[in-house]
Design a protein around this ligand. Structure first.
Ligand SMILES: Cc1ncc(COP(=O)(O)O)c(C=O)c1O
Length: 310
């Protein structure tokens, strides 16, 4: 029989590239990689699948062994999907500052959710210190339960997922017509993996990284606003797997701009996505309007996750 996907893992990757022609009518074209269509609802499904497959393949993760990770929601959702299909218990630690809808979503997906009290941020705004507290709890649980610790910030599989998947998919769809790639940075897996692949194909592809205004560490600026709306990105650190040699420009996006673009993506394009997706589209528009890419460039960016859990 044709057209049958054997399980939910077959829904990860090969996402559509959507023309955002109502938000940006030209000159030039902005295309959004629709990562939110995956079963965990975000771009992190790709990293989750690669991490678990690589760990199983190398024997670091035994059949049935529990998996633990710190998450702000999306990596946990991706891991829950993958762990369910491959029969691993999934435990996620998460700062209490994340929206309650996230914990509900993770529990609905079958993950065991361990909430960690906030250290610095306020509800809805999770800071670097909150992330560090949730990470410490994940490491403790890995020891207590003999669980495999994913460690998404340091795990090279998270970059490889995009170097082997997202990057080649974007290249196959656009090829020589591609002028730029724009992505917000959390662990940096998406930006580094995709940019590395695209620059190998064509070093002239402009790769722009997006940061929340006020937490622009990659741009070398003082962090004066560690709490911002772009959940999943802008942690106030240079990610361990960061590769500055891939960066052609760094673009800051304010909370207000992200909120405005999020509204427009829903109202004009019918896409209810999260704030980092909106920041990416906002930054792509800024890049096109700057004129640095020529008259009518083709720019690909990432629609990282669904807006339903915000
Ligand atoms: C909503 C959202 N956007 C963007 C990102 C950034 O992805 P990466 O970790 O690959 O840099 C994440 C990562 O968790 C995320 O959850």
């Amino acid at each position: 029989m044709n057209g049958i996907t054997p399980n939910a893992l077959g829904l990860i990757g090969e996402t559509p590239l959507l023309a955002l022609s109502r938000i940006h009518q030209g000159p030039g074209t902005i295309l959004g990689k629709a990562e939110f269509v995956q079963p965990g609802g975000s771009v992190k499904d790709r990293a989750a699948l690669r991490v678990i497959e690589d760990a199983r393949g190398s024997g670091r993760l035994a059949p049935g062994q529990p998996v633990v990770e710190m998450t702000s929601g999306n990596m946990g959702a991706g891991l829950a999907v993958v762990c369910n299909v491959l029969d691993h218990p999934c435990i996620v630690t998460m700062s209490e500052g994340n929206s309650p809808a996230r914990a509900r979503m993770l529990e609905a997906l079958g993950a065991e959710v361990v909430l960690v009290p906030q250290v610095e941020g306020t509800p809805g705004c999770v800071c670097g210190a909150d992330i560090r507290a949730a990470t410490e709890r994940a490491i403790e649980i890995a020891h207590e339960r003999q669980a495999f610790y994913v460690d998404q910030f340091n795990n090279p599989s998270c970059v490889r997922a995009h170097q082997m998947g997202t990057g080649p998919e974007i290249w196959a769809a656009t090829g020589d017509g591609l002028d730029a790639f724009v992505a917000a940075v959390g662990t940096g897996g998406t930006f580094v993996g995709v940019s590395r692949f695209l620059k190998e194909k064509n070093p002239a592809v402009h790769c722009a990284a997006v940061e929340p205004q006020g937490a622009e560490v990659l741009a070398g600026k003082e962090v004066d606003k560690p709490c911002h709306l772009l959940q999943g990105t802008g942690y106030g650190i240079v990610p361990p797997q960061w590769d500055p040699g891939l960066v052609d420009s760094l673009l800051g996006v304010s909370d207000e701009e992200a909120a405005r673009f999020r509204r427009s993506l829903a109202d004009e394009e019918g896409l209810h996505v999260g704030f980092s997706s909106a920041a990416n589209v906002c930054a792509a528009v800024k890049l096109v309007e700057s004129g640095c890419l020529g008259l009518a460039p083709t720019v690909v960016t990432v629609l990282c996750d669904t807006g339903l859990k915000y």
